[in-house]
Design a protein around this ligand. Structure first.
Ligand SMILES: [Zn+2]
Ligand SMILES: [Zn+2]
Length: 367
């Protein structure tokens, strides 16, 4: 006899929920999955009515499901958000070019505006060109540092209030484990936060913080969502790979392990004597930095000078001090990296233009 859905007691159960082990029907799965994300959003007061929210969209399963669910919840519960898709083109042929085609289809499917910012356009260097220069060893350092800034730059171009990313519970639990294994206490404190916002920078949050990766895959599958599933051609990220495997082993024995690790991470208190570096803004590009020159500018300097190892590993801090007060080296390849003050000013002007019967004062910062 076919089993009956444990939630509605009516329809036939067709799947077992990875998070709880319940046998349920498809409609009930959609409903519980979406409702849990809604609860995460409401409990943490992630948004305010009228917020312009960018969905960091890579074309992969997490961000595609996030875009779909954000749109659904915004309509169902009348959040009053203006949603956008924001993508970063790192310039990796055979990977990002294909996944961006998926995002372009998502734009049509979900009727959301899309902005793509590229490394090439922002920094004058695509990842393909960077790998050609630095090889396959430290390329992920470049990619990670450049991506963070690229999203902030794109967010200012769209005058966003908030960026949501598709990081799921497995990602968060992995990061907690990695920070414990490395003894990185300041990062351990920060990685459990659902939303981060610092000193006038755009708020970022993870509405999928408690959503299991397996359920996201299941959701995408049953909703027949259009996503791209190839891994980055340049990314081995070995250490995270070990943490991931370890976590999967734990999950197999005890499915609640993922949530348990997140709750443990949340409950850990970083002792007050652990000093966090104080933040200032980069004198070259205006990005938030704990040094006078930010890491992205150091990496760019290395690329322009033909000494890409300049900003890698232990030498970063020393190089940052060394570069302070000097102008950037520019090769034939160099582009003008737009200063963040200029982007902020542009965002302010856009905001001014949007107000009808405007009473806002564009000369005042923060309006
Ligand atoms: Zn049901
Ligand atoms: Zn900088």
């Amino acid at each position: 006899m076919p089993r009956v859905c444990e939630i509605c007691q009516g329809a036939k159960a067709i799947l077992r929920r990875p998070k709880t082990g319940q046998s349920i029907c498809k409609e009930c799965f959609f409903r519980v999955f979406e409702t849990e994300v809604h609860n995460t959003i409401v409990d943490n007061k992630l948004f305010r009515r009228g917020d312009r929210v960018g969905i960091g969209a890579s074309g992969g399963k997490d961000s595609t499901v996030l875009a779909y669910v954000m749109k659904t919840l915004n309509e169902r519960y009348d959040y009053g958000l203006d949603l956008f898709l924001l993508s970063v083109d790192e310039g990796i042929s055979g990977y990002r070019d294909d996944s961006l085609e998926t995002v372009k289809r998502n734009k049509e499917q979900y009727e959301l505006p899309l902005l793509i910012v590229s490394y090439e356009q922002l920094y004058g260097w695509s990842m393909d060109a960077i790998v050609e220069t630095v090889g396959r060893k430290n390329n992920c350092t470049f990619c990670g540092v450049f991506r963070r800034q690229a999203l902030d730059r794109g967010a200012l171009m769209l005058d966003l209030d908030h960026i949501v990313t598709g990081h799921n519970a497995d990602d968060v639990a992995e990061t907690i484990l990695m920070n414990i294994f490395r003894g990185d206490i300041p990062r351990l404190g920060r990685c459990t936060e659902i939303a981060t916002s610092g000193d006038g920078y755009i708020t970022r949050s993870k509405p999928f913080k408690y959503a299991y990766e397996k359920e996201i895959v299941m959701y995408a599958y049953f909703r027949k969502l259009d996503y791209f599933s190839t891994e980055c051609t340049y990314s081995p990220n070995a250490y995270r790979g070990y943490a991931r495997e370890f976590l999967k082993d734990l999950e197999a024995v005890r499915p609640s392990a993922i949530l348990d690790i997140i709750h443990s991470g949340e409950a850990m208190q970083v002792a007050s004597e652990v000093k966090l570096p104080s933040q200032t803004s980069c004198e070259r590009c205006g990005y938030i930095s704990s040094n006078r020159v930010c890491k992205a500018c150091v990496l760019l300097e290395g690329l322009e000078r033909g000494v890409p190892q300049l900003g890698i590993g232990k030498s970063v801090k020393k190089t940052q001090d060394l570069l302070a007060g000097r102008t950037a080296t520019r090769s034939g390849r160099a582009v003008d990296v737009v200063h963040f003050d200029k982007l902020r000013k542009h965002a302010q002007e856009m905001r001014h233009e949007r107000c009808t019967g405007c009473t806002c004062d564009t000369s005042a910062p923060g309006t």
